[in-house]
Write a protein that binds this ligand. Structure first.
Ligand code: AMP
Ligand code: MG
Length: 493
């Protein structure tokens, strides 16, 4: 990455200027024979770049990290992190670069980040590389999350490097060009909190406040207000994951953002049959990051953020602990509010259910009956329109639904809204199409072998997840029964 080329973006570097101690200037390793696999035209335009410029050889060189845009100062960011509960004081971008901050035409600021761009000083034993399959997985799933309306990093492009990366078998290499509100993580604060220069943590907090939670700047205690804003953003985020059945897979503290965006799609997946114990990661042996554990683990991670923020909240440790603890303890209530409102909407209810246990009993029923999470919730609008055949067909014993359905219908009747409008509102929050594992795996296997067709079709289906379209029935079906148990994806590749 020695040459620079005219930038297709307007770039800034506020993170590097304001907290230079938290990153190291670095360059991409380049690529033998870069080839663009996918470009997100709509996102390119949102960023103020011409997609045709990005498709040109110069554009592809930039997206793969072979050249740096003119005026940019690419860096590898430093951060720490608890990985599966164990603390690593120095992780950092081992195979990634922050190219710069794109200033879009509407005044927005977005990190442009390359993943798989070569070894950095944070690489430890890693090769600095990424494989085509996992980078296309991140592209597909993050764009699906975006279309679902869930805060997430985006993917601008995936470029094949033309080089092999050595995993269990040799695989084609690739670089992902990722766009995020920022790459500030809980782990970034953990890293800064351990540095000798006490001003770094303060400058990091000021930077985070200005970028993501500007209202905190005017609070009596800005650091405490920042913490509260992150707790709220994460409570809202994890509630949305739970509502759509998303399992992140590696919720280490370095994979949890300050902005409240979902980040780092490794062994992530959407569950088929509703089951709180669902795990997809081959390395999550203790099921720490199982579907049903995600809210609790988020609160655990937020406790680690509180520890890092202690010196900023008060010089008096007891006062700081008391303030942060009070906010941390508000997490379950905040989460429940987001989740209950969302679950109500999925069931067509605007008010709290008349019957406290309505939601909990439904989830138990789905689990006991092996019901597909996505298909079940989507089917309920047809039940409101008068046909509960699809809903019943998703249960091992359809009659098990009857007592619950009677309570649900009583709540709907009590609200007295027009059933057609209720059903339409339900369809706007219960997706038909989510990235189902068996189809994702098929599409990635084909792409790795050189056929991007299934990947491109799937990307197109997932761009409109709430709109049922003819001919796409296969994308809405649960996995074949021989696919589910034991399915694992592999991270760190
Ligand atoms: P992740 O599991 O992708 O969130 O990564 C955890 C940590 O491992 C981060 O510090 C990454 O930069 C680093 N890492 C993962 N894979 C590699 C690799 N192939 N080479 C160098 N560092 C890596
Ligand atoms: Mg990570």
């Amino acid at each position: 990455m020695s040459v620079t080329s005219t930038s297709p973006f307007r770039l800034d570097d506020s993170f590097v200027r304001e907290v230079p101690e938290l990153s190291l200037p670095w360059k991409g390793a380049g690529a033998a024979d870069p080839r663009l696999l996918v470009l997100n035209d709509a996102l390119a335009r949102e960023l103020g770049a011409d997609p045709e410029v990005l498709r040109s050889p110069e554009g592809v060189d930039l997206l793969v990290g072979r050249v740096a845009p003119e005026g940019s100062t690419p860096v590898a960011m430093g951060y720490a992190g608890h990985q599966f509960g164990g603390y690593s004081p120095r992780l950092g971008d081992g195979r990634a670069l922050l190219v710069g901050e794109v200033l879009d035409p509407r005044g927005g600021r977005h990190d442009l980040h390359l993943k798989g761009s070569g070894r950095t000083p944070f690489a430890r034993g890693g090769d600095g590389r990424a494989a085509v399959g996992p980078m296309l997985r991140e592209h597909l799933v993050s764009e699906a999350m975006h279309a679902l309306g869930i805060p997430t990093t985006r993917s601008l492009a995936v470029v094949a490097t033309g080089e092999q990366v050595q995993r269990e078998v040799p695989l084609p290499g690739a670089v992902l060009a990722r766009v995020a509100a920022s790459h500030l993580r809980v782990g970034t604060f953990q890293y800064a909190a351990r540095l000798e220069d006490r001003t770094i943590l303060r400058r990091l907090a000021d930077h985070a406040i200005a970028r993501h939670h500007p209202q905190a700047a005017d609070a009596e205690n800005p650091a405490l207000a920042l913490y509260e804003a992150v707790v709220e953003a994460q409570a809202s985020l994890v509630a949305r994951w739970m509502l759509v059945g998303f399992v992140h897979g590696v919720m280490n503290t370095d994979n949890v953002t300050i902005s409240g965006e979902t980040i780092d799609y490794g062994p992530c997946a959407f569950m088929d049959a509703h089951d709180p114990s669902t795990v997809f990661s081959s390395i999550d042996e203790g099921a720490r990051y199982a579907y049903g554990h995600q809210p609790h683990i988020t609160q655990w991670t937020l406790a680690r953020l509180a520890e890092a923020l202690l010196p900023l909240v008060s010089d008096d440790q007891a006062t700081a602990v008391a303030g942060l603890t009070r906010v941390l303890e508000s997490f379950p209530t905040r989460y429940d509010e987001h989740w209950s409102r969302g679950m109500g909407a999925k069931l067509g209810l605007e008010r709290a259910p008349g019957d406290d246990a309505l939601f909990a009993d439904l989830l138990e029923l789905l689990y006991a009956q092996g019901a597909d999470h996505t298909a079940f919730f989507r089917s309920l609008s047809a039940a409101v329109r008068g046909d509960d055949g699809a809903t019943r067909s998703l249960l091992a014993d359809p009659s098990a639904l009857d007592p619950w359905a009677a309570r649900w219908r009583a709540d709907l009747a009590a609200e007295g809204r027009d059933p057609a409008a209720v059903a339409d509102a339900m369809d706007a929050v219960n997706p038909v199409y989510v990235p189902r594992n068996h189809l994702v795996e098929e599409a990635l296997a084909a792409a790795t072998a050189g056929d991007l067709g299934p990947f491109e079709r799937m990307l197109d289906v997932l761009a409109s997840p709430y709109e049922a379209r003819e001919g796409l029935e296969a994308y809405a079906l649960p996995a074949p029964s021989d696919f589910g148990p034991g399915f694992r994806t592999f991270c760190g590749t």
